[in-house]
Every structure is written in structure tokens, then in C-alpha cells.
Design a binder for this molecule. Structure first.
Ligand SMILES: [Zn+2]
Length: 408
């Protein structure tokens, strides 16, 4: 049997954890959490690191000073599977959008090709488990925004053939066939073509992602889809009133059809206080945008990373509230109370958003496991939240796809 790197890492951390807890905590939860965390498959359904590959010099192998994701820090944090987001702004449409998406898909595949000892490209839940068995991190892809198919199902099929396993129906603007939560409604949810997109995704075994979409688009997708949906990086609107977070009713309805909400760590989706402060002083946001432009020009990977750094500078100066990582636990716990422990997962938004203090990068992930254990969650429930729920929904989506294909 192959001895996997995670087991080795777990052993190292376990030893470290025992020493640490004897000094600091005087209990065994920290050590138990480390063991559990590194024995679980941790799945993150949304990371915006892809943009950085295209900026030129970024590579996943070495430890990086900036951003949240690279191989050393993913290993330290026990991250077993990561969905790299294929994302371009909603305003880019048509053939241009397709070309940009293909470049990003290629960039993710190239990272897997360059680092075959560390990373395995995966397209099914079984392949994620296989990667883990072989001591590798599974790399998956999700297209974030239906505008990238240019209203053409053949493009959707090509994305699927290249390994894309979810598509977010919109990004922050409406696309040609679906309304976004942060744009003026134009289609009353999904158009007839939009419904065809959902059906074709079902057949292809691609997860339908409803993060970012309007409430009406969500309900249309829920009605049309033959497979459970995911909200790959959304949090709870009951705690933070962002239009792209999910209401309790939406979480209930998603859960009733077997779907999973993967909690987003972005401070503006976690904390009402942060949102209110941003709204109260719009000049801060304008200044941040201007400074990002100055530092990065049109390099999107750079913009995402620098945007976070500059926001932190405002927090450090006391101009924006400081949001602690424990807010993530609050959202997880709320979603579990509403939808059930089988219906919640993790979708960080690393490298694409402003992370809370204490969750700066993937190496901090074991804290989530420890916090859930301290809250009284069973080890089995923690394992579900860390990744098993997402793997289950993937398996179910794959099954629906096979079934639809066999009926033709
Ligand atoms: Zn997003």
C-alpha cells in the first residue's frame, strides 16, 4: 500500500499537537482535531487561484508569500481537494469569454501536468478518493458564470469534456439566460434556454451551482434540475444580509432536494458589521479600487490578491471592522441548524475575496475541525462538513447523469 503524504503530515502534526495542547490547553481536543482533520478528505469547492496562473510567474509548487493557496500550505492545512474557479468578469461575453475560459482551464490542467507527484486532476468523487489514496491533492474545476458558454450548449459540453464539474449559472451580472442576485432582473429567473442548460448539465454529470444567482433563478433551477444543486461559495443571509447569501428558506429547500451549501469565508458575506461599514463609507471602496488599479493594471490575479491586502490595511487603521475567522463557524452552525448536517460544506473563496483574521490561507483549515469539535459536533459530522457531503452530492450528480444517458 502506498503510504500517503497526508498520513505522514498527520503524524507530524499529531506529535506537535500533543506537545502544544499539553502546554496551552490542557485538553486533548486539539490533538483529536488534528488526527480527525488529516484523516478526513477536506474539499474546498471554490478558489480563485486560477487567475494567478495567467499573470505569468505564479506556480503552485513553492510556498508563496502572498495569497492563500499553494502546495505547501494546502498540505499543511490538510486540503485534499480543491475546485479551481474558471472566472472572467460578466461583462466579457461571446467568443472572447469562451477563449478566456479555455485559457484558464488549460492553466489548471498545466499545473496538474507540471506537478504530477503532488496534484491529480479529478473529475469524479471516486477520482478524488483515488488521488487521496495516492497521497495527492485532487484538482477540480468549476466555471463561475454561465456567460462563458456564449449561449451555446456545445461549449458547455466541451467544458465538461475538459474536466469542468460545476458551473455557476451566473456571476455578479446577469448572463443571456439567467438573472444574478447583484444585477437588475431581466429574465425573471431562468429563460427557456437557461432551463435547457440546467438539463444538459444534469446529463453531463456537472453540478449546477446557484451561488451568485437571484432567488428566482435559484428556485427555477431547483425545479428544473433532476440532480441536487450546490451553492459552491455562499453563506447565510440570516447572519449577513448579502443578496448572494442564502435565506433560511432557500437553505431548507436546497437541502430538501439533497443539495449542499458550501460556506464562503469572505468577510463581506460573513459579517453584517463589515457590510454596514462598507456601505456607510463608499469612499473607502472607491479608494481600494483605485489603489488596486494602480498596483495591478488589468492583471486580474494581482487585483484579487492586492485587493485583500489593501482592505486589511484599512482594517488595521481602524477604518473597517476586524472580522474573526470564528464567524465561519457561526455560519456553518447556522446552516446545519437550518438544512441539516448532511447539507453543509466548505467553499472558501480563497484568492478571490477578503479572508477573516485567522483564516488567511489554506494552512489554517484545521482550526475549523477543532472549533466544530469544541462546539460538540461528532467526528462523523465534522467529516461530512469537511468534505463528505460534497463528495456525496458529486456522486449523486454523476449517478443522475449516467441514468439520463442510459435512457437515450
Ligand atoms: Zn464568486
Amino acid at each position: 500500500m502506498v503510504r500517503d503524504i497526508f498520513t505522514a503530515t498527520a503524524a507530524l502534526y499529531f506529535a506537535g499537537g500533543v506537545v502544544m495542547s499539553a502546554v496551552s490547553r490542557g485538553d486533548d481536543i486539539e490533538a483529536r482535531a488534528r488526527t480527525l482533520h488529516f484523516a478526513s478528505i477536506v474539499v474546498d469547492t471554490h478558489d480563485d487561484t486560477t487567475q494567478r496562473f495567467l499573470d505569468g510567474d505564479f506556480d503552485l509548487l513553492p510556498r508563496n508569500r502572498s495569497g492563500s493557496i499553494d502546495i505547501p500550505r494546502m498540505k499543511e492545512g490538510g486540503l485534499g481537494a480543491i475546485f479551481f474557479s474558471i472566472w472572467i468578469p460578466s461583462k466579457i461575453t461571446g467568443p472572447d469569454a469562451v477563449k478566456h475560459a479555455l485559457d484558464q482551464i488549460d492553466a489548471v490542467r498545466e499545473q496538474a501536468r507540471k506537478h504530477p507527484k503532488e496534484i491529480a486532476l479529478a473529475t469524479t468523487a471516486a477520482e478524488v478518493r483515488e488521488a487521496r489514496k495516492n497521497g495527492k491533492i485532487a484538482a477540480l474545476m468549476g466555471v463561475e458564470g454561465g456567460h462563458m458558454i456564449a449561449s451555446d450548449l456545445s461549449v458547455l459540453r466541451s467544458f465538461a469534456a475538459l474536466g469542468v464539474r460545476y458551473m455557476t449559472l451566473t456571476h455578479s451580472g446577469n448572463d443571456e439566460w439567467a438573472d444574478s442576485s447583484t444585477d437588475k432582473a431581466a429574465h425573471n429567473g431562468l429563460t427557456e434556454f437557461g432551463k435547457d442548460v440546467v438539463r444538459e448539465m444534469n446529463r453531463l454529470g456537472m453540478m449546477v451551482d446557484i451561488s451568485h444567482v437571484s432567488d428566482k433563478t435559484f428556485y427555477d433551477a431547483l425545479e428544473v434540475s433532476k440532480a441536487p444543486l450546490i451553492a459552491s461559495h455562499s453563506s447565510c443571509r440570516a447572519i449577513c444580509d448579502a443578496p448572494r447569501n442564502m435565506t433560511d428558506q432557500m437553505i431548507k429547500d436546497l437541502a430538501a432536494k439533497g443539495g449542499v451549501i458550501q460556506i464562503n469565508y469572505h468577510v463581506g458575506f460573513l459579517s453584517q458589521e463589515f457590510r454596514d461599514a462598507e456601505k456607510a463609507d463608499p469612499e473607502i471602496n472607491k479608494a481600494i479600487v483605485a489603489e488596486v488599479e494602480k498596483r495591478c493594471g488589468d492583471k486580474e490575479g494581482c487585483q484579487l490578491i492586492e485587493g485583500e491586502k489593501i482592505t486589511r490595511e484599512y482594517v488595521d487603521k481602524g477604518k473597517l471592522p476586524r472580522v474573526d475567522w470564528t464567524k465561519i463557524i457561526e455560519h456553518i452552525d447556522h446552516a446545519v441548524k437550518i438544512g441539516g448536517v448532511e447539507r453543509v460544506g466548505l467553499g472558501s473563496d480563497f484568492d478571490g475575496a477578503n479572508m477573516p483574521y485567522g483564516m488567511e490561507d489554506a494552512s489554517k483549515l484545521p482550526k475549523i475541525t477543532e472549533a466544530l469539535l469544541r462546539k460538540g459536533y461528532s467526528e462523523d459530522d465534522v467529516r461530512k462538513i469537511l468534505g463528505e457531503n460534497t463528495l456525496r452530492v458529486m456522486t449523486e450528480v454523476e449517478r443522475v447523469g449516467r441514468e439520463m444517458n442510459s435512457q437515450r
